[in-house]
Design a protein. Sequence first.
Length: 131
Amino acid sequence: MAKEFKFKGKTLEELKQMSLSEFAKLIPARERRKLSRGFTEAEKRLLLKVKDFKEGKRKKNIKTHCRDMVIIPDMIDLMIYIHSGKIFMPIQIMPEMLGHRLGEYVSTRQRVSHSAPGIGATRSSAFASVK
């Protein structure tokens, strides 16, 4: 038997039926302040895309630069492409992500991998034969 998901004692169905102001009371203060101040124009466009995708009016992928958008119950089970600064990374929104920001799940920095030093980079390489 699979364990049912609960967020602060509320089931997923209850969360989806809540208004944003009711949901804001369940999340931490920083995110609650973000929701209470209202959405920017770009965030409003993202929410319209999410709504259209849920209703079936939109077939394309949802891409966004809004890394500071708080994940709300309407976004659950969607694939959203979030900009990492270079490319759009696909993220499947899970119920455990509620109340977090989109940017937390897409890193803006990549791991640095250095290769071997070139000729002349060290003192010993000055005497190496070049073929």
